[in-house]
Design a protein around this ligand. Structure first.
Ligand SMILES: C[S@@+](CC[C@H](N)C(=O)[O-])C[C@H]1O[C@@H](n2cnc3c(N)ncnc32)[C@H](O)[C@@H]1O
Length: 328
């Protein structure tokens, strides 16, 4: 990457900073990417604060290192899976943390890198790994899974109603080794796009989620983050997928309740105690509605500009919670 490497505006950055940063302390960016959010968190938290940035992608970490270099030892970057956040934070001396951010999914930097194989818009190998040393690629799934399993992945993670038809066509066309080949196979199965969304979008998203075990990692990451937060510390999560958002919403809801016993029991037998206070009962989204309802509005807020220039921001949902107690 070159001097244009920092052009992507981090998603909802002002909202993230205002929900996450409550004063000086140690912060963790669990998906540091190119370091856009991390930079603003460090700025807002002040000179006594530190930030630990995690990412699986060494190419992203190299960019983040250049971007955050001016903070010296206040910014520490580690190649790690956020599923292991509790162990990594303890090892690096970042417990208790004052705030933890997850900005989930694939970054623009990865979508634009044809060699990483995330996008059907650029011809590249069918890879889709955030961690280039991970054993499983999208090509492995596409070429080796039984048809029914492939259809299950495309339906569940892609929420794709035509999953069976797509899986059948993939199996017929095997072996498939590039992103553009796979995109053509999906188009053959379901026809060309009717709306703005390319017909292969959901299939690619499903494969990416499966390759990187994204939903399992998220659940483990949330559990770990809550363990290492200090009291009053905050967790913020930006998600782009309804399954991810559901996991976050249900986790925050569950951990904000004192008892999880089924209704009707005369006394609590579970002993569960609330450790979080949900700060966003409804997810925060970029201010897109304003753009739609008043397209001729003269003033463009940063979020509106972001949605216009960063299509990835369109589906973003931000939720946050505050730690109120240690687990029982
Ligand atoms: C949307 S980008 C983050 C962008 C970042 N907030 C910024 O401002 O540049 C998501 C990043 O999370 C990383 N990632 C995805 N799953 C991960 C995991 N389980 N552990 C660590 N990093 C992960 C990806 O490699 C990617 O760089």
């Amino acid at each position: 990457m070159n001097s244009t490497e920092f052009i992507h505006r981090p998603v909802m950055v002002e909202k993230v900073v205002s929900l996450l940063v409550t004063g000086p302390g140690d912060y963790i960016d669990a998906t540091v990417g190119l370091g856009g959010h991390a930079e603003q968190i460090l700025e807002a938290a002040g000179p006594e604060s530190r930030l630990l940035g995690l990412d699986l992608d060494p190419r992203a970490l190299a960019v983040a290192a250049r971007r955050l270099g001016r903070f010296g030892p206040r910014a520490r970057l580690v190649r790690a899976n956020f599923a292991d956040i509790a162990e990594v934070a303890a090892r690096e001396g970042f417990v208790p943390a004052r705030g933890v951010l997850f900005d989930l999914g694939v970054g623009s930097h990865q979508l634009e890198d044809a060699a990483a194989g995330f996008s059907f818009q650029a011809a590249g190998p069918l890879d889709m790994r955030y961690d280039p040393d991970a054993p499983l690629t999208a090509a492995d799934l596409v070429n080796k899974l039984p048809e029914a399993e492939l259809a299950g992945i495309i339906r569940r993670y892609g929420e794709e109603p035509r999953a069976r038809r797509i899986a059948r066509e993939i199996v017929r066309a095997r072996p498939i080794s590039t992103t553009d080949e796979l995109a053509r196979v999906v188009v053959r199965a379901v026809g060309t796009a009717r709306g703005r969304i390319h017909p292969a979008t959901r299939t690619f998203m499903a494969l990416r989620i499966a390759v990187n075990r994204e939903l399992e990692n998220l659940s483990r990451g949330l559990e770990g983050a809550v363990k290492i937060l200090g009291r009053g510390g905050r967790i913020a999560v930006i998600s782009f997928h309804s399954l991810e958002d559901r996991i976050v919403k249900e986790f925050f809801r569950r951990e904000s309740r004192d008892c999880l016993c089924p209704p009707g029991l005369p006394v609590c037998v579970c002993g569960h105690r609330a450790v979080l206070r949900d700060l966003t009962r409804r997810p925060v989204t970029p201010d897109e509605a304003e753009v739609r309802t008043n397209p001729r509005a003269r003033s463009v807020t940063p979020d509106e500009a972001e949605v216009r220039t960063n299509p990835r921001a369109r589906s973003a949902k931000l939720r946050a919670a505050e730690k109120v107690a240690e687990a029982a």
